[in-house]
Ligand binder design. Structure first.
Ligand SMILES: Cc1cc2nc3c(=O)[nH]c(=O)nc-3n(C[C@H](O)[C@H](O)[C@H](O)COP(=O)(O)O)c2cc1C
Length: 400
């Protein structure tokens, strides 16, 4: 998460009465850790799942859970609705979603939402059949139509013991979406994005490969930021992980990566090639393990597939390449941008301690075909990914 994205921002956090209410505690903790100002509002039902005291302790403020609480001014919901820069409902029960869609205000959470002009972030959590019920779908569609951001639930084990869709999105995903909304960056909704990550491994024999030091962290950060901004994301990677809400395709060699990119990008709007694809692969792959001897071993390498060239240009697909250079970063990047007919290139200087390959930090130069140039200083890879998506958004908007 971008370290400054939440600092000093005013978040009204609404909790309704679902089994996932306990996960809202972690959301509030992450928000206050990011130095956001948080006020928690609970439905009366929610207080039967988690005590307000826990939320008071984590948000450092009293919780509004009762319209008629003698401690409140009687107008708490109006004050909160005006104070909020964003209103979040997590978990949002089927019942609370129905209230919000219909404009009911019979308890303090729905009253606050109805009175507020702040952007609304709704995080549904419920049984899969309740979630897929046409009435719930209609209520969510109506909220979306009015500009609400819906953080889709995940597929997984539900409270009923069954596996299905309806699990509350992870606290990290919810907080990332709140950060994107607060910073006007929820701008990839409806887009289909493909990101590649990690270094390819080119086999030499059944147990060895030719590879590189890429950790896949830059590509994963790009995929996670795109998801937080509302895109549907496929991550084609040689280094598997478990990022919720991102479709992961595991590959090993450049050839496998090419096939996955061709398949996944056929319907995509943006392709970001952040993987470190091996330029060469062994000319021959031994069918059995190469034995150790006292003699030197010569390896013959041959050029590998060029994935960007093989995928080619397609109208509607915005293609982003990465260039790792040891010197002359910007001129080399411009050359590659032109040679590969890319829409945008992200160049980084490798061989500098504490950034780039394998590190959690990076510093890049972004150049687009339509004239945009951005220097991004040494930042965390998450923050660099934010800047890259800002540049992609700007270049795509200018190109339309
Ligand atoms: C143990 C238990 C777990 C529940 N979990 C959920 C849930 O995850 N999602 C949901 O929509 N409703 C859930 N319900 C039903 C809601 O609690 C019920 O609809 C309630 O009226 C919601 O009130 P609220 O929306 O005002 O908070 C659950 C009920 C019980 C008894």
């Amino acid at each position: 998460m971008n370290s400054g994205a939440l600092k000093g921002r005013r978040v009204v956090f609404g909790v309704s009465g679902g089994i996932a209410a306990y996960k809202a505690l972690e959301c509030v903790r992450l928000l206050t850790e990011g130095e956001a100002e948080v006020r928690v509002v609970m439905t009366p039902e929610a207080t039967r799942f988690v005590a307000p005291l826990s939320f008071e302790s984590l948000s450092y403020h009293p919780v509004a859970a009762d319209w008629l609480d003698a401690r409140g001014s009687g107008e708490t919901h109006i004050q909160l609705s005006e104070w909020a820069e964003v209103v979040v409902v997590a978990p949002a029960t089927a019942n609370t979603i129905a209230r919000l869609a219909l404009g009911l205000a019979d308890e303090v959470l729905s009253g606050t939402v109805l009175a507020s002009e702040a952007p609304l972030v709704v995080c549904p959590a419920m049984n899969d059949r309740m979630f897929s019920h046409p009435q719930t779908e209609a209520h969510l569609a109506s909220l979306r139509q009015r500009g609400a951001v819906v953080v889709e639930p995940a597929i997984g084990r539900l409270a009923s013991g069954k596996t299905g869709i309806g699990r509350l999105a992870s606290p990290e995903r919810i907080v990332a979406a709140i950060g994107a909304v607060l910073n006007g960056r929820r701008n990839l909704e409806g887009l289909r994005v493909v990101v590649t990550a990690g270094g390819t491994r080119e086999p030499l024999d059944p147990v060895r490969y030719v590879g590189n030091f890429s950790s896949g962290k830059m590509g994963r950060a790009l995929a996670e930021v795109a998801a937080a901004r509302g895109a549907r994301v496929s991550l084609i990677t040689t280094i598997p992980g478990a990022s919720e809400e991102i479709d992961e395709v595991r590959v090993t060699t450049a050839q496998e990566m090419l096939e996955a990119v061709q398949r996944e990008s056929a319907q995509a709007d943006v392709l970001v090639m952040a993987a470190a694809v091996a330029d060469y692969r062994p000319a021959e792959v031994a069918s059995s393990k190469i034995r150790r001897t006292s003699k030197p071993l010569d390896l013959r390498l041959q050029p590998n597939v060029d994935i960007l060239a093989a995928v080619g240009r397609r109208k509607g697909l915005f293609r982003v390449g990465f260039a790792a250079e040891t010197s002359d970063v910007e001129p080399q990047a411009r050359e590659k941008l032109k040679a590969k007919e890319l829409d945008l290139i992200v160049a980084n200087q490798v061989g500098v301690n504490g950034q780039g390959l394998g590190s959690d930090f990076n510093a890049v130069t972004i150049v687009s075909a339509n004239g945009l140039v951005r220097e991004v200083p040494r930042l965390t890879k998450w923050e660099v990914a934010e800047r890259v998506w800002d540049a992609i958004h700007e270049a795509r908007s200018a190109g339309r």
